[in-house]
Design a protein around this ligand. Sequence first.
Ligand code: PEP
Length: 254
Amino acid sequence: MRQKLVAGNWKMNLTYPEALALVGEIASLAGESGAANAPTVVICPPFPFLHGVGQQLPQASNFHLGAQNCHQKESGAFTGEVSAKMLASVGCEYVILGHSERRQYFREDDELLGQKLKAALAAGLKPIFCVGESLETREADETFSYIGKQLTDGLFHLSNEEFAQVVIAYEPIWAIGTGRTATSAQAQEVHAFIREQIARAYDAQAALDTTILYGGSANAQNAKELFSQPDVDGGLIGGAALKAADFTTIIRSF
Ligand code: PEP
């Protein structure tokens, strides 16, 4: 079901003691965020910190644990890799897939992402599936066709039941970690487009039910304006998720 959701992507940052300190600070600042209208909050630390951070999450039922990636196979001789089933076994409920950093630096393509999506869903994880255009694509006026293709090739092969488990994150690459946020109008325009594409691929109800997050230099100052847009259901937060006070302000920005 569509929900208000804020996910913090800690990327490859922090040591274990720092990670525990950060989640402890978030827990004490956001502890009372368990109110009925509080958004769902997903904390996505690096793999080695998952279990420990999960243990320290605020008791409020709206806090959940997520991972930043998973392997496409369930188990086997894949040295250094982590399966979706392993993630579920340490308390993960979500997994980020298709982040532009993984598409760019690790050459993850639609075919591989399709396999990862299936593996995540089979393990009972909810994928947070990222799409987003480069600056070059935006300046060439090809944003909509590019995002449309990412959705069609990357996501719309899922069955209705599978797709119902997916959260989509629109993350323009030019806005990630750059301090250059999309305007709320730019975000809304693409989110509305994504919803239209879902209605075409599935049906109008699926479009209404899908949670669509914005990501890209969202912070404590601009979250309220971004989240006020009708098709923006929350945010995937990078840099600002590493500061407990800022992240808590973002959680409270609906
Ligand atoms: C991200 O990496 O998903 C992200 C949105 O990063 P930042 O908020 O730092 O731009």
